[in-house]
Ligand binder design. Structure first.
Ligand SMILES: [Zn+2]
Length: 165
């Protein structure tokens, strides 16, 4: 079988041609046309783009969540924040280990960072006061302290399987 090998000159020539054609396309398209082409490309492969971005978000969610939570504490409770020694990386690791584990109250997948004693109620931003619980329990709990929340949950009867005392 004969081997086709380009000489250096030929290779340079092809490179040049390739670059020229790229430059020509870039010059001919207006920004609007480029935008439209990109949009069309996105529409054509919408599902692929979406699932890719979903996968990225899922892989990075613990990180995003932990860092957003740190910022929230820093901005909303500066005094609590000043006493806290939790670093972003520590919280990222903590969330990564716990996300998706069963909620302490109802057993659903935990996705929310919760302070057992709410920061508004005098709780500290430290690991002994932190827990991951599910979205529903967290929203029901809001600023209530744990004990208060459990009493409230039993009274309301919204959480039938509360087992933590
Ligand atoms: Zn729950």
């Amino acid at each position: 079988m004969r081997e086709y090998r380009l000489t250096d000159t030929q290779r340079e020539y092809h490179k040049l041609k390739k670059r020229e054609s790229r430059v020509r396309v870039a010059k001919v398209r207006t920004p609007e046309e480029t935008k439209a082409l990109n949009r069309a490309q996105y529409e054509r492969h919408k599902e692929r783009y979406k699932s890719k971005s979903r996968a990225w978000q899922n892989a990075n969610r613990p990180k995003q969540q932990a860092i957003a939570h740190q910022a929230q504490v820093r901005l909303r409770y500066p005094e609590v924040w000043a006493r806290s020694s939790i670093t972003n990386q520590q919280l990222v690791d903590w969330v990564t280990q716990r996300r998706g584990c069963p909620c302490l109250y109802c057993g659903a997948a935990s996705t929310h960072i919760d302070h057992r004693i709410a920061l508004a109620g005098g709780g500290e931003h430290c690991f002994s006061n932190l827990q991951m619980i599910c979205k529903d329990c967290n929203l029901a709990k809001r600023d209530r302290a744990e004990e208060e929340f459990l009493g409230w949950a039993r009274r309301i009867g919204e959480l039938n399987s509360v087992s933590v005392v």
